[in-house]
Design a protein around this ligand. Sequence first.
Ligand code: RRO
Length: 313
Amino acid sequence: MVSTKTSLGGFEFGNCLMNAAGVWCMTKDELAAVKSSAAGTFVTKTATLEYRSGNPEPRYQNVPLGSINSMGLPNQGLAYYLDYLLELQEAEPERTFILSVVGMSPDETHTILKSVEASDFKGLTELNLSCPNVPGKPQIAYDFDTTESLLREVFTYFTKPLGIKLPPYFDIVHFDQAAAIFNQFPLTFVNCVNSIGNGLYIEDETVVIKPKNGFGGIGGEYIKPTALANVHAFYQRLNPAIQIIGTGGVLTGRDAFEHILCGASMVQLGTTLQKEGLVAFEQITDELKVIMEEKGYETIEDFRGKLHYIDEK
Ligand code: RRO
């Protein structure tokens, strides 16, 4: 009776849970494993034009309340992921997958997106505007002028469904300004949030990751309130045609329920998938279904975005 199916950009997915870019998605084997799990779809590791080895190790550490990483965008290069997606599209035309990309410069981003546009790829593309870990490169979406001009150029040639991966914002004015920019474009979705950039985790007297003297993106339990705030702030502000993917702090079915209540149409697992493995998709889906049953909801559309506020007396 109860279903966690969803749709994004007009594509249907049997489950609203999937991996977050960066986790379980570096190689075809990892992607195939997510595809065969209870997840509704997968997103690839963010691809640059060419292969990158990333930052020196150790560069990811699980910690009690989450994780810290400074991977530095290691990936196999665009062709590796795009070729795999084109293969899958032939083999399983009924399913839709997400390609994550970003260039090391605006020019490289345009080169990548032009080649996705020119390809036969029919799925969704996610442009990562929020990698916090490449030394010397700021998170793009914290610079509103750069973001606006990048998107303006992209939509002169890109006609396929496109979403953007956002960093967390922490100020109401920034939610207003960011949404006013995104609302100018035919985006399919925004994904809130990437890791909270440049945290510092210390054990005894020492940092736990090597790059950037220990500074790295924070994920997991630490970030759920920030993630929910971003999902809901954009749900309140964006044109209804722009859907929202909720990412950050999803450890249980209750966490997924809260993301959907805040407006998310799809919910991604990052740190939890890294810590628990693929079984997390099944467990969290089952927990979400129990909550829906208890509340009498049959589909996620019955409660998506319907967060209650406390009325003034
Ligand atoms: O590879 C990374 O260091 C990384 C990326 Br691209 C990102 O978007 N978010 C993150 O936490 N790490």
